[in-house]
Write a protein that binds this ligand. Structure first.
Ligand SMILES: Cc1ncc(COP(=O)(O)O)c(C=O)c1O
Length: 402
């Protein structure tokens, strides 16, 4: 008799972004001149306020369990943040702090989804949505854009059936960098509330926007809003990915309480040091957010200028996040094979579009330093475009394409 793993273990795929990261790390460790444009974390240093809070906590020598759903200080900071950005005054019982936005989302799915319930989200989507929905026993329903670019409100509403439990919207979107327009948000908020479907706004990138763009505010269109769950965290906002702090806010106290039970019985509570640091980041100077947006916007512009030199690709100008999602199907409709080719041939790590729901695309991040972004895209052009010069320098080697 062999030891059997669960059916679920066989059902859930590896995270493709983590897989690329692991390959990239191994190449880098082997001393290869790798350029990593597959990442999902800003290189920006931690805000001073967060660092000071960590030092203070360490000096206290008191690093203990915290209240399961978050410390009062951090919940208060989240409520102030939510009021400042959404104009809605939520209460302490409307908030749960989790180990990243990811755990907040997973807690939601465990608390809301029954086996067979459907969860609808537009494609391209964050790679984790389908797997997390499956882990919760639900059925992921991806809505594909008829124009190949951006799902409409009509298409999203048409995907809803009597089995739909929730809609997830991520704006600006990982991987496309697109912000869903005001009319889309208005229609989906009103529709979901009328139909009694949970609407999860994964707002993890909502402040990382460019050219003065504003992300439409879902609270502006919600009445009681008991179905509206706003998810956010400090990972992308402050580049504090390593703290593992995120949260969910919802005017439905039963939901938040149920999410709290899932958390209490799985991870007990969040890291004490992390909660203190996150509260300090939220209440400290916010200049770092603006600084990070300026750096990312300049990186985006550099990336787009380089991509423009590659013939036959299509890309929408990212309005936020630090990702672009370009259609490379002219070169290869199999994005996984293409990403592997670019890694092997040009030592550039990018993420294939397939696990984001649109094959033929590549997600190219621009959160690395600008020189890497520029050189990485030049290498991609060299590897794919026969009209580009045949020779290129990779590290200290001159290499030929053909
Ligand atoms: C769309 C989206 N939601 C949620 C998360 C999770 O963020 P966190 O680090 O807070 O768990 C990510 C991280 O990449 C993301 O891209």
């Amino acid at each position: 008799m062999t030891l059997q793993l669960s059916k679920l273990a066989g059902l859930i795929g590896d995270s493709p972004t983590l897989k690329i990261n692991a390959q990239a790390r191994a190449l880098k460790a082997a001393g290869e001149p790798l350029i990593h444009l597959g990442g999902g974390e800003p290189t920006y240093p931690a805000p001073q306020a967060a660092v000071q809070a960590i030092e203070k906590k360490a000096a206290s020598r008191k690093i203990k369990y915290t209240p399961s759903s978050g410390t009062p200080e951090l919940k208060k900071a989240v409520l102030s943040y939510t009021f400042a950005h959404y104009g809605r005054q939520y209460e302490v019982a409307d908030v749960i702090i989790s180990a990243g936005a990811k755990q907040a989302l997973y807690n939601f799915l465990l608390a809301a989804v029954d086996p067979g319930d459907e969860v609808v989200f537009p494609a391209p989507y964050w790679v984790s949505y389908p797997e997390m929905v499956r882990m919760a026993g639900g059925v992921p329903v991806a809505v594909r854009p008829a124009d190949g670019v951006m799902v409409t409100a009509q298409e999203t509403k048409a995907a809803v059936t009597p089995k739909t439990k929730a809609i997830i919207i991520n704006s600006p979107c990982n991987p496309s960098g697109q912000i869903f327009p005001e009319d889309f948000i208005r229609q989906i908020v009103q529709f979901a509330e009328k139909e009694n479907i949970f609407l999860v706004m994964d707002d993890i990138y909502h402040q990382l926007v460019f050219d003065g763009a504003q992300v439409p505010n879902p609270c502006a269109y919600a009445q009681k809003g008991e179905n509206l769950v706003i998810i956010n965290g400090v990972s992308k906002l402050y580049g504090l990915t390593g703290l593992r702090i995120g949260w969910a806010v919802c005017a439905n106290k039963d939901l938040i309480k149920a999410m709290g039970k899932m958390q209490a019985q799985s991870t007990s509570c969040n890291g004490d040091v992390s909660e203190a640091a996150a509260a300090a980041a939220l209440t400290g100077s916010q200049d770092c957010v603006q600084d990070m947006c300026s750096v990312l916007q300049a990186n985006r512009d550099a990336l787009l200028a380089e991509l423009a030199a590659i013939p036959h690709i299509k890309v929408l100008k990212p309005q936020g996040t630090f990702y672009s999602f370009a259609d490379f199907s002219y070169y290869n409709t199999d994005s996984e094979a293409l990403a592997q080719y670019l890694l092997d041939k040009a030592l550039v790590a990018v993420v294939p579009g397939k696990p984001f729901g649109l094959d033929g695309h590549l997600r190219i991040s621009f959160c690395a330093d600008r020189d890497s972004v520029v050189e990485g895209v030049r290498r991609i052009r060299w590897a794919l475009d026969k009209t580009a010069p045949n020779e290129i320098k990779i590290g200290d080697k001159l290499v030929k394409r053909d």
